[in-house]
Design a protein around this ligand. Structure first.
Ligand SMILES: [Zn+2]
Length: 164
């Protein structure tokens, strides 16, 4: 299946230890699965089926044959890194350029929606000053470029991508 223009072809799955990183990878437009408490065997099977790079803090996970024989790619994350350091370690290895963000909650694709379409779910004080909204095609959650977006733009710019 051909990837859409905005997609990074690299796909990732984050182990239970790196849920925060998973959200940030999604903000960078990287297709990233994450499931708290997922069994190692299930995680590895899904990664194999969906050709995902596995990010984990668990060095023992990478002793599995699938990794040692090179059938699966893994990135070992040292314990105790903050999110910025985790991103600095993972993004260059993935060699991806940040793309349009994906839903931080479920990894779904975001689509642009007009103000009138979200008036029932967005606080009135936000509607008054924000023009652009995005809805997740999978879970329906609505996002907008609030104050936290500045930090997101800064991280995206630092990692070499488009800023929006
Ligand atoms: Zn979603």
């Amino acid at each position: 299946m051909a990837a859409a223009l905005n997609d990074t072809p690299v796909r990732v799955t984050c182990d239970a230890c790196c849920g925060g990183l998973a959200r940030w990878l999604r903000l960078l437009g990287i297709d990233t699965t994450y499931e708290a408490g997922i069994d190692d065997g299930v995680l590895v099977r899904q990664a194999l089926d969906e050709r995902r790079v596995v990010v984990s803090c668990d060095s023992r996970l990478f002793e599995r044959r699938l990794f040692t024989t090179g059938k699966l790619r893994g990135i070992l994350l040292p314990v105790g890194l903050d999110i910025a350091a985790q991103l600095d370690r993972v993004v260059p290895v993935l060699a991806v350029t940040p793309a349009f963000p994906r839903c931080t909650r479920c990894n779904g694709r975001l689509e642009s929606v007009g103000r009138s379409e979200v008036a029932d779910v967005v606080p009135a004080r936000t509607l008054a000053w924000i023009d652009e909204y995005y809805r997740c095609g999978a879970c329906g959650h609505v996002f907008w470029e609030g104050t936290h977006w500045r930090r997101i733009h800064a991280v995206r710019a630092r990692l070499g991508g488009q800023t929006r």
